[in-house]
Design a protein around this ligand. Structure first.
Ligand code: PLP
Length: 658
């Protein structure tokens, strides 16, 4: 469907159309060539603040400037010339560093501004993106701010204790635990890490006491409280009093008593809670922190030397850039978030004359979302444009009726017209199924149906937005949109868009000085009707079922999906055996950028291996079939040789289209 062309289109129009500033600032903008560019700070130039006996002083460098922008379209062109293939996941390490800096500074500024007596210690929850390069980069950049790692399982703890150096930030051990998990945590402690075992349920205490006794280690312990306060977002049902993790009040009290009996109450130092991800309002955070702070001071009153309050994750990302309380958005700033936590804890501790804790947060999305961009190339399009249909006499009556209706649209009511169009199509289907409509007539019905829909849609577009008829026919919008075939798998690269209707900002990364005249939907390669993107960020963050795109012109057309760094890489699955995409990690240099790491995506043999097909065995089977065809005389020796070679090459190729 082609919208009316406006006389002159500017880059500013493109920015507003995709609400780029809303969700992309300060990292993404458009340059004068009409390409998206990435603005990063150079992580390497940030100076390391002094670390005083494990606590970071506030002498951090707050003057880290954003550096020279990097043209994303040019970068993709360079990388494909170097042999990387699309779809491509690009990680920007400097954005990651900048996110950590901003989170740290938000807390550090409030802490120094209000005279809070303890520092902030950020924790990166490894589960949000466990890719080695990401965790190592988090540890590298986070060292200057005292960042630690949060683990939720044994493998994540193994990552944490081998990535951080003793003396770096804390390792907070969450999730259900068995003997081995606790052993690993205490081993980390023996090596000089501050590894805190957070009790998720009361049964874990027996195991901890037993393993600690065997290893002769006094454990560092925390408790996770089940708060009554819950978030109002997607995860609201998995938190609160019936949350699967955490201790209720009775269990908290019995942990204290048991530790007192065992003469280990001094080990209990941390209180943790997590009310869910993507918490929409700062008031929600405030109520949770207040409840937790009250529990904290009571635990301290009971004699535990409480030193840390870990407020979990939940710091939202503004995916649609509307700065609202919508699920895809975030209505508060990083500074408001930090101020809320610091001020609330300070007030409660002062009132109860309890020593204020070191404040920790486990911000996952807020740390890693911005640093990755998925680049998808468009393979082709499919549209349902209007075409003239000649209906000869002798053609089935239903075709004539549809042709007459087409000529009369619009009559008095668009909705009534639409209903009649649907009824006639339904009648035609019945006739076809009974054998009373030919294939040619069926083809005419199909085209006339789309012609009618097109006319109706044109009327909707020309009517006032609040016209009830137009509102009733909004469902025509995605139906009439042009389908753009993207070289990617939603299930592999953007699983949350399928699973929980997560909105990610999507826009072309070039040609932004041209008006995008097509209303489009973006479908993926999988043989699944769910394999598409149909919720897009529009002006001012409004969610639309269509995405404005440019008509294809014979050159590659690249679409970026932004803010994809959290959860997507690990939750992605192998639907249709589309595997990991190629991945590249980029770091800024003083005069350009450096490819820090390139990772080729899965080959056919890799994904086949995941489902237990052995590549070598498949080659043997293939060769046997080729041999039999040779013996049977249906294949020449030359043909056989080509088949063998080509099969081997194919098994080593990308799972995506080349
Ligand atoms: N901490 C815990 C215990 C979590 O379960 C989660 C994720 O849900 C996080 C931290 C990270 O949350 P977010 O990505 O919202 O910051």
């Amino acid at each position: 469907m082609t919208a009316a062309i406006r006389p002159c289109w500017s880059i500013q129009d493109s920015k507003a159309l995709y609400n780029l500033k809303g969700w992309g600032a300060p990292y993404f903008q458009v340059n004068e060539l009409g390409n998206v560019e990435v603005v990063t700070s150079d992580a390497a130039i940030a100076t390391k603040p002094e670390v005083i006996s494990g606590a970071v002083s506030d002498k951090y460098d707050s003057t880290v400037a954003l550096g020279q922008p990097l043209d994303l379209a040019k970068l993709v062109s360079d990388l494909t010339n170097q042999g990387l293939q699309l779809p491509l996941l690009v990680h920007f390490d400097d954005i990651l560093a900048d996110r950590q800096r901003r989170i740290y500074e938000a807390f550090a500024d409030v802490i120094s501004g209000c005279g809070y007596p303890q520092p902030y210690r950020g924790l990166y929850p490894v589960k949000v993106n466990q890719q080695r390069h990401i965790v190592e980069a988090v540890a590298e950049f986070g060292q200057r701010y005292g960042f630690g790692l949060e683990a939720g399982s044994k493998p994540e703890l193994a990552i944490a204790l081998t990535t951080l150096q003793p003396g770096d930030g804390e390792i907070v051990c969450n999730g259900y635990k068995d003997r081995n998990y606790i052993q690993l945590a205490l081993m980390a402690q023996m090596l000089g890490h501050r590894a805190i075992v957070v009790l998720e349920n009361i049964r874990e205490l027996d195991v901890v006491l037993q393993v600690a006794n065997e290893m002769q280690v006094r454990p560092l312990l925390g408790v996770r409280a089940k708060l009554w306060e819950r978030s109002n977002g997607h995860w609201s049902q998995s938190v609160g009093e019936r949350a699967k993790f955490g201790l209720n009040t009775a269990a908290l009290l019995s942990v204290v008593e048991r530790l007192r009996q065992e003469n280990l109450l001094d080990c209990l130092q941390l209180l943790h809670f997590h009310i869910g991800s993507q918490v929409a309002t700062v008031e929600n955070h405030q109520r949770a922190v207040l409840e937790a702070a009250r529990i904290f001071v009571h635990l301290a009153d009971l004699g535990a030397p409480m030193a840390y309050l870990d407020v979990g994750g939940g710091l939202s990302i503004d995916y649609n850039g509307s700065k609202s309380a919508a699920h895809s958005s975030c209505s508060y700033s990083l500074e408001e978030y930090a101020r809320t936590i610091v001020a609330t804890v300070k007030e409660v501790c002062e009132r109860h004359q309890v020593a204020a804790p070191i404040l920790m947060s486990e911000s996952g999305r807020a740390t890693v979302s911005h640093q990755s961009v998925l680049i998808v190339d468009v393979l082709g399009i499919s549209s349902v444009g209007a075409t003239t249909v000649q209906v000869e006499s002798g053609t089935a009556a239903v075709v004539h009726r549809l042709a007459q209706l087409q000529d009369r649209i619009p009559r008095t009511s668009l909705l009534a017209d639409f209903r009649e169009v649907g009824e006639l199509k339904h009648e035609a289907l019945k006739l076809f199924s009974q054998g009373n409509l030919s294939l040619q007539e069926r083809s005419q019905v199909e085209q006339l149906y789309w012609n009618c829909c097109q006319r109706l849609w044109d009327c909707v577009q020309n009517s006032a937005a609040d016209n009830p008829e137009a509102i009733g026919l909004r469902e025509l919008e995605p139906l009439m949109a042009t389908m753009y075939y993207g070289n990617f798998s939603v299930f592999q690269s953007l699983p949350d868009s399928w699973a929980i209707d997560q909105v990610f900002p999507v826009m072309p990364i070039h040609r932004l000085d041209e008006e995008p005249t097509e209303s489009a939907t973006l479908v993926d390669l999988t043989c699944d009707s769910d394999g598409n993107l149909d919720r897009f960020v529009g002006p001012e963050g409004r969610i639309s079922s269509v995405l404005p795109l440019h008509p294809l012109n014979g050159d590659p057309y690249w679409i970026g999906v932004f803010l994809t760094g959290a959860y997507q890489e690990i939750l992605g699955d192998l639907h249709n055996l589309f595997g990991d995409t190629d991945v590249v990690h980029i770091r800024r240099e003083s005069h350009g950028y450096r490819v820090d790491r390139m990772e080729l995506g899965d080959r056919l043999t890799d994904v086949l291996g995941y489902v237990h097909f052995d590549g070598e065995e498949m080659v043997e089977k293939f060769d046997t079939t080729v041999e039999q065809a040779c013996l049977g005389g249906t294949l020449t020796a030359e043909g056989a040789s080509w088949l063998r070679r080509t099969f081997r090459t194919q098994l080593q190729a990308t799972t995506y289209l080349q």
